[in-house]
Design a protein around this ligand. Structure first.
Ligand SMILES: [Zn+2]
Length: 269
């Protein structure tokens, strides 16, 4: 257990699926970034760690630990991916909404085309449920004791189900716009994002494909190790952690990870 309360808070958010990022802190009443004209004291992302800002917010415990090892005083900030998407496109229409134990569910009319059930693909902390998926709903009690309830003004007798806006469907029906194509010298921030992305994808891999997918993840991440964008120990820690969570036996995980990493590192030379 870490003694760093800020790191502890960041890990706690991540444990609940909320993506975090490190922002500057206050020192002597001023922003630790050191700029006299800082516009957002103790609130803006630390560029050395997250050059692409909120886009790099993550729930990866290894990445988070690495950030706070570098900047123990950093304040944890939460990414509001949905707000970001709305700013990028347009606000979501008025529709039925449910307050859950740790967030919110927005209900939309079925778009006449099946959407994949995804976790985190739309944005950090944003899950999508369509045919074959389900959500816990009004009347249920979260383990925190919170009761799921309609948001004020968003009950079925107050608003109709809205159609999902075109931009939302567009994002849910096109392939991931940021494929993993490591360059010779990928940026550390990019590498950290790739690490988090591999972790996320692994956790969504169906049983039966997990060993193959673990091998692929090790291969891809091995290329980052070769260019020193990621440390071997960090990558191994993430992969072993995910393997354990997926129920892959340790001796099997060790062999798969080692061969994937070896091949990935070799391919980069
Ligand atoms: Zn500042």
């Amino acid at each position: 257990m870490t003694q760093n309360l800020r790191l502890q808070a960041a890990l706690e958010h991540a444990r609940h699926g909320r993506a975090v990022l490190p922002v500057y802190w206050s020192t002597g009443g001023r922003c630790a970034c050191g700029r006299a004209d800082c516009h957002s004291p103790a609130k803006h992302p630390i560029p050395e760690l997250v050059p692409r800002g909120v886009k790099q917010a993550t729930t990866s415990r290894v990445v988070i630990r690495a950030w706070w090892a570098f900047a123990p005083l950093a304040n944890p900030a939460l990414a509001d991916s949905l707000r970001q998407l709305e700013q990028q496109h347009e606000p979501l229409p008025l529709t039925q909404r449910v307050r859950t134990g740790s967030g919110e569910h927005l209900y939309f009319r079925y778009p006449r085309t099946h959407l994949k059930n995804t976790a985190g693909k739309l944005g950090a902390g944003l899950d999508v449920r369509c045919c074959g998926g389900y959500v816990v709903t009004v009347g249920a009690v979260h383990r925190s004791g919170h009761v799921y309830a309609w948001q004020a003004g968003c009950r079925p007798d107050q608003v109709a189900l809205a159609d999902p806006p075109a931009w939302l469907l567009g994002r849910l029906t096109t392939p991931d716009p940021r494929p993993l194509v490591p360059s010779r010298t990928p940026h550390r921030g990019y590498a950290a994002a790739a690490l988090a992305s591999e972790e996320r994808q692994l956790l969504q891999t169906p049983i039966g494909q997990r060993n193959t997918r673990l091998n692929l993840a090790a291969f891809r991440l091995g290329r980052f190790i070769a260019t020193e964008a990621l440390a071997n120990g960090d990558v191994e820690a993430v992969l072993f952690d995910v393997a354990a969570r997926l129920g892959i036996p340790p001796h099997e995980a060790r062999a798969t990870i080692a061969s994937g990493l070896r091949a990935g590192v070799a391919r980069s030379h």
